[in-house]
Design a protein around this ligand. Structure first.
Ligand code: AGP
Length: 609
């Protein structure tokens, strides 16, 4: 999604470098153009370029701008192709704006403005906000009143920051949907899409609430709510250290984050375990677990696949019925919510528009909602009744890795807590499960040692156009997640199937040029998967087998490429088997030369639907 940075300063002669560094820290969100606008000697100056930040930096080198109040933007195109003309900031001679989100009624507003003779210079929806504010300014309203009046007619999800030629010590920001943070400096103030964007400037941040309008001067900020009343918003210590946005010697953020998994899993589990790992400790929940009639799990993408794995655990271990759906369907399906049901929303960013909308629906139905979230101050964390934080730290690579495995850890602990409360598990079994989870970081460390073997197999995928992934039980969602990882960063088409579904159609795809990755720990379903693998081999389909020693020993065929994983208990197998699927996708993408951390067309946080 788009990224916003703003600085109003009395200290610095030129804030451009601070703005550009902020954009650099927002690159992980994905973008296709960037730009800055500065007030300089009572003029608004702008530089903007399609493509990566280096293009803007080259342009600034060629024709520099300087000033101590400015805004900057990385754009992920929604309306209008990624080119210089559509790049933000958008400007009139007296106002500049940057925007993240979608103005849903922009057609109507644009038609009204065109009728008044307004000239549009881009295909973006953003320009309607610019020209409405500009009109109000020309009618004599103050910048604040002009913005407030404009936002009263604008519908949609947006975060904006605006600059005014005649007010060099002023920035105005507004939020209705995508997040915005205000940063506090020494005689200067900042605006950023998140704390990461401001982490080179300050650790003191305030997160705007929906409907807030912030008026910043270099001495401080005044925040107003929807009704135009002054409000105080908490100043928080941002937890984003500079290390979290540094590759620390790894070639890509994704590889760094794959290797962080043992540590962040240790950190996440320690939130919910006592040190002897024999029991769970949970803060009180606003409902009795034993009375819950059904659990509804809603998420998107990788987070959804984590929920899909957890469905097996909640149903098999805690004996609680689970309904599961992707948020973009759930929010419009609007299903009846059962009495005594609760809902669980899983999201790394806590800003995914569809997941937020799904949670709002559940809330409107009077159901309590839980969140498994990686960003503490996110919109979803503020919306749910109880948040279970994953301690993965900022996940910069667009392809989710450490967030996925820490989500699985929290889900496993929740399933055990439900089972304990519902008395569907003995103390002995609970202790064993806790010990299994406690062993997980070590098993992942062992699995990471296989990366050379996995990289070798990745080379064999470079020339293929299609890859299938199969699994049974909790390995089925892993097959879907493995396929998502490969397709989203290597651009090779990949599809996951329940192994048992092969004979119902997908087996028609099997041929020598279509490898199948079989995710098959030696568990109660392994024998069933063996027959699927045999069916593929007998049709000369190449197999990449992810299993443990015992599983591999049952296959003698030389045609199989093997990744021999540590023996694991069934509960933690999904977290361990996720690692080779992440590494396989990573090395394939590296060998293909794609943009591993910021794959084409993708954004880290999908804040618009
Ligand atoms: C995962 O690799 C993708 N980047 C994507 O599917 C992601 O999981 C999805 O957009 C959900 O994001 P969230 O967890 O921040 O809600």
């Amino acid at each position: 999604m788009c990224g916003i940075v703003g600085i109003v300063s009395s200290q610095k002669n030129n804030v451009v470098s601070g703005l550009i560094e902020g954009l650099r820290r927002l690159e992980y969100r994905g973008y296709d153009s960037s730009g800055v606008a500065i007030i300089s000697e009572n003029k608004l100056l702008r530089r903007r370029k399609a493509g990566k930040l280096v293009n803007l930096e080259a342009d600034l080198k060629e024709s520099p701008v300087s000033g101590n109040t400015g805004i900057a933007h990385t754009r992920w195109a929604t309306h209008g192709i990624p080119n210089d003309q559509n790049a933000h900031p958008h400007m009139t001679d007296q106002v500049a704006i940057v925007h993240n989100g979608i103005i849903e009624n922009y057609h109507l507003l644009k038609d009204q403005l065109l009728e008044k003779g307004v000239q549009f210079t881009s295909e973006t929806d953003t320009e309607v906000v610019l020209h409405l504010v500009n009109q109000h300014l020309e009618q004599g309203l103050s910048p604040f009143e002009s913005v407030k009046k404009t936002l009263s007619v604008v519908r949609g999800a947006f975060a904006i920051a605006m600059l005014f030629r005649d007010y060099p010590n002023l920035l105005i920001a507004a939020r209705s949907g995508p997040p915005l943070a205000i940063g506090y400096g020494k005689e200067e103030m900042y605006i950023g899409s998140d704390a990461v964007a401001l982490s080179h400037l300050t650790q003191q941040v305030t997160f705007l609430e929906d409907g807030d309008i912030a008026v910043l001067e270099n001495s401080g900020v005044k925040i107003y709510n929807l009704e135009g009343k002054r409000v105080e918003r908490k100043i928080q210590q941002s937890k984003v250290g500079t290390s979290s946005i540094d590759k620390e010697g790894f070639e890509h953020f994704m590889l760094k984050e794959i290797h962080e998994q043992p540590d962040v899993i240790r950190r996440t589990l320690s939130e919910y375990f006592n040190i002897t790992h024999t029991g769970l400790h949970f803060r009180p929940l606003p409902f009795a677990l034993e009375n819950v009639s059904r659990l509804t799990i809603v998420a998107c993408g990788t987070a959804f696949y984590a929920g899909m794995v957890a469905k097996y655990w909640f149903e098999n271990i805690a004996r609680i019925p689970v309904e599961l759906d992707i948020a973009s369907e759930f929010r419009y399906r609007q299903p009846p919510m059962p009495k005594d049901g609760i809902s669980l929303f899983i999201s790394q960013s806590g800003e995914t528009a569809d997941t937020l909308a799904a949670q709002a629906y559940v809330k409107s139905q009077g159901q309590p909602s839980l969140g498994i979230i990686n960003v503490a101050n996110s919109s979803l964390a503020r919306a749910v009744d109880v948040t279970f934080l994953t301690q993965a730290g900022p996940e910069i690579g667009v392809a989710s890795t450490k967030a996925f495995t820490t989500q699985l850890c929290v889900l496993a602990v929740l399933a055990l807590a439900f089972a304990q409360a519902r008395k569907t598990i003995s103390q002995e079994d609970l202790t064993q499960y806790c010990k299994d989870l406690a062993q997980l970081p070590l098993l992942i460390e062992q699995t990471l040692l296989l990366k050379k073997d996995i990289a070798e197999i990745a080379r064999s995928l470079l020339e293929v156009n299609n890859v299938l992934y199969i699994g049974r039980g909790p390995s089925y969602p892993l097959a879907l997640e493995g396929a998502l990882k490969l397709k989203e960063i290597s651009y090779i088409h990949a599809e996951g199937f329940a192994a048992g579904e092969l004979k119902h159609g997908p087996i028609a795809l099997i041929e020598e040029s279509v490898p199948t990755v079989a995710i098959a720990p030696y568990d109660s379903l392994f024998e069933k998967t063996v027959s699927n693998i045999q069916e593929i081999l007998s049709r000369r389909g190449p197999i990449v087998l992810l299993s443990d020693e015992k599983g591999h020993s049952l296959f003698t065929s030389q045609a199989i490429k093997r990744i021999i994983l540590p023996t694991t208990s069934s509960l933690i197998a999904p977290m361990v088997y996720a690692i080779p699927t992440q590494l396989l996708a990573y090395y394939t993408a590296v060998y293909k030369g794609t943009d591993v951390d910021q794959p084409r067309n993708l954004a880290k946080s999908v804040t618009v639907e």
